[in-house]
Design a protein around this ligand. Sequence first.
Ligand code: SF4
Length: 371
Amino acid sequence: MSNTIYNKADSILEIRGIDYISGQMHDRIKAISNKSTDEEFKKIYKELSANTGNDGFFLRSHVIEELSRLSDNEISRYLKYRYAYEVYPQEKIVTLYPPLVQIEPTSICNYRCVFCYQTDERLTNKKNGHIGQMSLELFKDIVDQLEGNVEAITLASRGEPTVNRHLDKMLQYLSGKFLAVKVNTNAFKLDEKLSHAILESDIQTLVFSADAADAQLYSELRVNGNLDKVLKNIRRFISIKEKCYSNSRLITRVSGVRYDKRQSIESMESLWGDLVEQVMFVDYNPWENVYDSNKKGINIPCTDLWRRMFIWWDGKVGACDVDYLTTLMSASVKDNSISEIWQGELYHSLRKSHLENNRENIEPCTRCVTI
Ligand code: SF4
């Protein structure tokens, strides 16, 4: 497997299933901007409309899809978030809150995918203290801090969110508070009750993590997984969505990690294409062995430090999920507020080191391919 450079904002390799609607969307955003008195939003629109290439701020097709499902009132909020997510990490602007927060309902996973840190016993051995489930109380406290300050939340990180038995209540608590909530799941535990809980909530994107279209390859990559069971669960979910929640604006996506040359977007489409709205591969990042891998010789500042914060199940803060053993940070949302940590000394010195070309002296950044 080659060590390709991995840029989070650009990590989508292949995608199908979305019509480019930039013409219509552009007209709609223009009309909203013309009526708006929000100078920040007007500036963003101006930059967007002047941009005809793939540099600077532009809208990818899956972002357009998310935008198209929002009301006019929500569009300016969403675009401001998206701008902060994509442009601020390039310009090294630190906001009051992270543009995106990834919350980990649990670090436990029922799978042992070959490309995942769940294969590392330093993470999964309970004695090391990395394994557990977030309490509903802590989750609510985090959401209370983020509501009104952050638009994008992803429920997922080191573990499988559906393992947390409070997930339905967590989704209920999130409802209506954010514009870009994404939940990632391997769908193994996606039963009827949880399907209703997801569809009753107001999340924007449900991502089914699957990398192959045949059972053999799926099981090789997603160790402990079962493609037949996952397919059955996803089919039932889609059927419930169509029958009981026909007005739902939820986007469904199958997303695989491009890891093995036997994978192909065509076979993925033929299996998943009629079930979900988006099918994509994301680039492989060697998550499973960063601490033991070779130094990569990359000295470009990592965009994650300006883009997103990870909050683990126990309130500890991770700079990224590449550092799944949390060696870079020693902060907890139980001790300080999310905004204090994001703007605090630990993040500041890590960002400074990256900006001053010291990434190669930081573990595990020196072994990581994220830029
Ligand atoms: S390990 Fe360092 S370089 Fe890699 S994603 Fe994390 S912060 Fe960025």
